[in-house]
Design a binder for this molecule. Structure first.
Ligand SMILES: O=P(O)(O)OC[C@H]1O[C@H](O)[C@H](O)[C@@H](O)[C@@H]1O
Length: 316
């Protein structure tokens, strides 16, 4: 009789192949796929600070003088903005919070990794998911006083050949309802901002912070960046915002349960004014396309949960 017990099945044969690697340090977590893609996440703010595609192409812009020691938010990568976007409004429960909330400026906990094998028949790739948690009980007394709600956040960063998925899950762990905003403040790396264009915003309504215009409409199908831009595009109909370089697709940013998108480039003067922005002409190599729910507030009753996120595809 033939002993088949050692014959590898299709599944175990695949499992025996190269596996994703995950390195955990005191400061953060790095994951790499056998095909070369990698992601690096700081525990400070659960900020993604590097995402490389096959061929080691860096997709995210990180300032050379970004502060990574936990003393301030990271200038670059993907800081997580929660529970308020921008300066907190005076007449809201978030009013005592810092600009863009506290989540980007506190240490998160690494909850663990999970890997999954792709199935060619389903068109899926190998992937690795890193989960990070932040709970109200971990905040300083001062931060808890400023926003006194019981909450739990789980931020999942999934790396695959297809791209990078980042999803935030918010739970109200208390009895009292709270309101929040969310934004994934992604700094995309581009070769030359003067040749970079954005599609997917046509006819959308936006507010323009540079021109102090509360309401404007995107009249052209393609947006070019020729100067400082700081716009909040609201309730977008299309779920994909595309970034092109020299007319060729470079990134697709796909929103999931998030309807707004901020487009930001500080340009020359604002870049000069930021101590942690360098090189000073770095504005030529970055473009923020920030998916979020920032127009108005999301309300979460006690015991309820909410989830939203993005997939960014690098199209090189
Ligand atoms: O300097 P930060 O607090 O990180 O904010 C950086 C930028 O974030 C968003 O893009 C806002 O729309 C901008 O108004 C702000 O300048």
């Amino acid at each position: 009789m033939v002993d088949r017990s050692h014959k590898p099945s299709a599944i175990s044969a695949k499992a025996a192949g190269p596996q994703p690697t995950v390195d955990v340090s005191d400061n953060g977590v790095t994951a790499k796929l056998p095909t070369g893609e990698s992601v690096e996440v700081l525990l400070h703010g659960a900020s993604v600070i590097s995402w490389k595609s096959k061929g080691e192409v860096e997709n995210l812009w990180l300032s050379e003088s970004a502060v990574l020691d936990g003393s301030k938010p990271v200038r670059g990568g993907i800081p997580v903005v929660f529970p308020n976007f921008g300066p907190a409004p005076k007449d809201h429960a978030t009013s005592k919070n810092p600009q863009h909330g506290f989540a980007r400026n506190v240490r998160w906990e690494f909850l663990g990794k999970s890997t999954s094998e792709g199935e060619a028949s389903k068109g899926s790739d190998d992937s690795v998911k890193l989960d990070f948690g932040l709970y109200s009980t971990a905040l300083s007394d001062e931060a808890r006083k400023a926003w006194p709600y019981d909450f739990g956040l789980v931020y999942s960063v999934t790396l695959s050949q297809e791209g990078l998925r980042t999803v935030l899950n918010v739970r109200n762990e208390g009895k009292e309802a709270f309101e929040f905003q969310v934004l994934l403040h992604t700094y995309l790396r581009v070769k030359d901002i003067s040749k970079t264009t954005i599609n997917g915003l046509a006819s959308a309504t936006y507010s323009d912070k540079v021109l102090s215009l509360p309401t404007a409409t995107q009249s052209t199908p393609t947006l070019s960046i020729n100067g400082e831009v700081d716009r909040v595009y609201k309730s977008l109909a299309q779920d994909t915002t595309s970034v092109l370089e020299g007319g060729k697709p470079r990134f697709d940013v796909v929103r999931d349960n998030l309807v707004d998108t901020v487009v930001w480039n500080p340009w020359i003067e604002k870049a000069k004014g930021m101590g942690d922005f360098s090189p000073k002409d770095g504005y030529k190599n970055m473009l923020c396309v920030e998916v979020g729910a920032v127009d108005g507030w999301q309300k979460l009753d006690g015991g309820e949960g909410w989830e939203g996120g993005q997939v960014i595809r690098s199209l090189l």
